[in-house]
Design a protein around this ligand. Structure first.
Ligand code: IPE
Ligand code: IPE
Ligand code: MG
Length: 237
């Protein structure tokens, strides 16, 4: 990649296609998720190496609880295993891990895992890596509206003081800039309840590649395409 290329500050990824990847190989869906975890490990390294400062990945949506219990259990297990296996390396390479979403629905074991990795990696300065877990954009916005309404009721703020930046600050993503680039794998071209407020001016990149096959070349292709986009923000240049 040439030096003068525009690198996004924040990339968000909808990691989709693990189930189809497994089915194509006659494997269980959970094996697809294990392969997806390998792709995620590589992608975190590659994105950080590209000089990106924030990476958000959609790992488990509020709707995903509706999947067969065995698959949900396998995903929860994978979250705990991932934390166990990756923490030391993430500390070493200076990556700070955060989560976005409502953690209250997770088991104590998963909650403890997530708290542990956030705590261990909190000094990381090279990149912030946000895992969207039990996340959906509508639930995030609903929670934010409820919190702001509560503050108005308490007399802390006035309704007329609520502006766009106050809403951004009330979202789970308050510690990050909006995503510059949103990537979705597996050929689906939808947001599936991901970062709807934050994506107002994001660039989108859809690829038919299934998430477990997303590698360094795929990332480079996405970055290449991003660097050719003309972000006008409604203005005339
Ligand atoms: C994405 O892959 C991972 C999660 C949603 C957890 P899928 O499991 O949605 O894979 P497909 O879309 O069924 O192929
Ligand atoms: C979106 O993928 C959620 C995650 C990647 C975690 P889904 O596979 O759940 O979304 P739909 O069902 O295709 O919209
Ligand atoms: Mg899917």
């Amino acid at each position: 990649m040439s030096k003068e290329k525009l690198i996004p500050r924040h990339i968000a990824i909808i990691m989709d296609g693990n189930g189809r990847w497994a089915r194509m190989r006659g494997k269980e869906r959970s094996e697809g998720h294990i392969a997806g975890m390998d792709a995620l490990r590589e992608t975190v390294r590659n994105v950080a190496q590209a000089g990106v400062k924030y990476l958000t990945v959609y790992a488990f949506s509020t709707e995903n609880w509706g999947r067969p219990q065995a698959e949900v259990d396998a995903l929860m297990e994978l979250i705990c295993k991932g934390v166990e296996m990756e923490s030391a390396e993430l500390v070493k390479v200076g990556i700070k891990v955060k989560t976005i979403g409502d953690r209250s629905r997770f088991s104590d074991k998963v909650k403890a895992s997530l708290e542990k990795i956030e705590q261990l990696t909190q000094a990381g300065e090279n990149m912030t890596f946000a895992l969207a877990l039990n996340y959906s954009s509508r639930s995030e916005i609903t929670t934010a509206v409820r919190n702001l309404a509560e503050r108005v009721a308490q007399g802390e703020i006035k309704a007329e003081d609520i502006d766009e930046s106050m809403i951004s600050s009330a979202l789970y993503t308050s510690f990050m800039p909006d995503p510059d680039l949103i990537i979705r794998t597996s050929g689906e071209c939808r947001l599936s309840n991901f970062l709807m407020w934050q994506a107002s001016y994001s660039e989108f990149y859809f690829t038919p590649t299934l998430w477990p096959d997303f590698d360094k070349e795929e990332l480079e292709r996405a970055l290449e395409v991003y660097s050719t986009r003309d972000r006008r923000y409604g203005l005339v240049k």
